[in-house]
Design a binder for this molecule. Structure first.
Ligand SMILES: O=P(O)(O)OC[C@H]1O[C@H](O[C@H]2O[C@H](CO)[C@@H](O)[C@H](O)[C@H]2O)[C@H](O)[C@@H](O)[C@@H]1O
Length: 391
């Protein structure tokens, strides 16, 4: 049953004008926030336009963003004079000063746990690059047995959700834990608890049941885009099939084009093909992930909004006694970090072994440090509970 007493996150302002400065449709700018109204029947026709010029992807910054989307990882060693890690080649000043700005969540654990005392922690976890290491084949991005057990333990003590760019079904298949909440497609597909809170009355929120038959809320704010995404996915597959190493994924509410396995000389080609297709879809926009171009609906919804939605569903929003923690490695996780920073609400933890601009408060180097941090949270909670039972 669909409900309609909230405003829809689908933006309705049509954006059809050209961006004069860059010479491209403004709807093609990454992170562009406005939407476009859809001419009727438009998204059922596969666009067959003349390909654009390579200058398109050069001038609008796509290529630059692609090059910086996943910088090569550096080999790290311990530096004897500093209690932080440093680059092996010559001691990397940039990395050290970055670590001062984004201290290790492990080394700052006392500070974090002090602040968490008497508070209810909620844990939000990104999947790729956070729970599983980045690998060449997205279908083989498995999490380790020990990571799965760490996440399972965390979920015993704290409400825990996975917020991924992948489809919800796919990320559930990879994580395989029934005790968590899952938000797929960058938060555009949330299976959360039934709470009778305001979030239940959101448009596009329906009552459903999960794999175990438990009653859940299913929130899909970009439902109307499913046929369009499917159509674009098929076009992308067709138009990139001659590019060696290209891989396109359909996440139902968004679609991804991977260029990790392409020779760098072919990056402009794949970027231009995606650009040409997107020209015909003013209601879709592009965002950049780690060696992946992500095509998603122009709606006012992202991982940050998904976190807010889940907190509300869990009855944990607008409370001083709640400390949400979000761990993620990607640009799309920045939306969640931003929510925490702006509201001074919780801790964003960026997973990165290289300096990166971020709205997070802390950092962890890689998934193995994420696992240590999750285990530390559980150990701390167990001790807290023991102390309480003794009192
Ligand atoms: O939000 P996430 O859970 O981090 O998902 C973001 C994207 O993750 C996957 O791609 C990334 O990981 C792959 C496996 O390690 C890697 O090959 C790829 O280069 C990375 O971009 C996933 O395949 C994408 O669809 C997600 O959007």
């Amino acid at each position: 049953m669909e409900k309609s007493n909230h405003s829809s996150p689908v933006l309705t302002d049509p954006i059809t004008v050209n961006n004069s400065r860059l010479g491209i449709h403004s709807n093609l700018l990454s992170y562009q926030q406005s939407g476009g109204s859809l001419p009727s029947g438009k998204y059922m026709t596969i666009p067959r336009k003349k390909p654009g010029k390579l200058e398109d992807v050069l001038s609008n910054g796509w290529l630059e963003a692609m090059r910086s989307s996943s910088p090569p990882r550096k080999k790290l060693i311990k530096h004897k004079d500093f209690n932080i890690d440093a680059a092996a080649d010559d001691f990397d000043i940039a990395y050290c000063s970055w670590m001062i700005k984004f201290p290790s969540a492990l080394k700052s654990f006392d500070q974090i746990s002090k602040n968490a005392k008497n508070k209810k922690i909620a844990v939000f976890l990104d999947y790729d690059g956070t729970l599983s290491p980045i690998v060449d084949d997205p279908d083989r991005a498995f999490m380790s047995v020990s990571m799965r057990s760490a996440v399972r333990d965390v979920a015993k003590y704290f409400p825990t959700a996975i917020i991924s760019g992948r489809s919800r079904d796919k990320v559930y298949e990879l994580v395989g834990l029934t005790e968590l909440y899952y938000a797929g497609s960058h938060g555009m597909d949330i299976m959360g608890p039934v709470s009778h809170a305001d979030s239940d009355d959101h448009p596009n929120c329906i009552r459903s049941t999960d794999q175990q038959g438990k009653e859940v809320n299913l929130f899909q704010p970009a439902k109307e885009f499913i046929p369009m995404i499917d159509e674009v996915f098929k076009t992308l597959v067709e138009n990139t099939k001659d590019i060696k190493g290209a891989k396109v994924e359909n996440h139902k509410f968004c679609t991804s084009v991977h260029y990790r396995n392409l020779e760098e000389k072919n990056w402009p080609i794949i970027a231009q093909r995606v650009h040409d297709i997107l020209k015909d879809y003013p209601r879709l926009r592009l965002t950049h992930g780690r060696k992946v171009l992500e095509i998603r609906p122009v709606i006012d919804w992202n991982k940050g909004k998904a976190v807010e939605f889940l907190l509300e569903s869990l009855g944990l929003s607008d409370r001083d006694d709640v400390l949400p923690i979000y761990i993620g490695d990607d640009r799309t996780d920045e939306d969640a970090f931003k929510v925490f920073r702006e509201s001074n609400l919780g801790y964003g933890i960026l997973v990165s072994s290289v300096p990166k601009e971020s709205k997070a408060f802390f950092s962890l180097k890689d998934p193995s440090e994420v696992e240590k941090f999750l285990k530390a949270l559980v150990t701390w909670k167990q001790l807290e509970e023991k102390l309480h039972t003794k009192i």
